[in-house]
Design a protein around this ligand. Structure first.
Ligand SMILES: [Zn+2]
Ligand SMILES: [Zn+2]
Length: 180
């Protein structure tokens, strides 16, 4: 996910490069379990100070259902819309002062390589639900025998979730709704 932007940095403001991206992201983050490559489009646009990255990306990751603990594939789509800043002047080779809004994830290195990995990791993480559900009406695990109620009817059809856990379940449901 690295682009050499030396030619683009020499270009005029507004000049744009368009790329198709297809990248394995197994190594991106130990907590993210991708089931497919990362796919999508990337536009690199020369700005006054640097390069604006506009990307539209999608992949499928494996998540664990917060109610029944089953693992399932979750297709997700997210965007990157961030400006990257050079650390070295492309014409003189002099070290450049960094704008206040620049952070380590959005710096172009001394070899004029723009690396999308860290911003992708951050934006993909934000696109994933905090309390994933394998389906909207997931029945969860039986609080008595622990069986997955989506697959089996157990002998405790009316067993209610322990009220202490019910409160937790509400919170999980709520955060799940607000993250979708
Ligand atoms: Zn579930
Ligand atoms: Zn049961």
């Amino acid at each position: 996910m690295r682009y050499n932007v030396s030619q683009l940095l020499k270009g005029h403001v507004g000049e744009t490069r368009h790329y198709q991206l297809q990248n394995e992201i197994a190594e991106l983050d130990p907590t993210i379990r991708p089931l497919t490559a990362l796919n999508g489009t990337v536009d690199l646009i020369r700005t006054n100070e640097g390069i604006l990255v506009r990307a539209n990306l999608y992949t499928t990751v494996e998540l664990t259902c917060s109610r029944c603990l089953t693992e399932f594939g979750f297709p997700t789509r997210f965007e990157i819309d961030d400006e990257f800043y050079p650390t070295i002047d492309i014409l003189t080779g002099a070290r450049l002062p960094l704008p206040a809004e620049a952070d380590a994830a959005t710096l172009i290195d001394a070899h004029h390589l723009l690396d999308l990995s860290e911003i992708t990791r951050q934006d993909l993480t934000l696109a994933l639900p905090l309390a994933p559900l394998c389906r909207n009406n997931c029945q969860g695990l039986c609080p008595i025998c622990g069986k997955n109620r989506n697959n089996t009817a157990c002998e405790h059809p009316n067993a209610e979730i322990d009220p202490r856990f019910a409160k937790l379940q509400d919170l999980l449901d709520e955060s799940n709704r607000s993250s979708q």
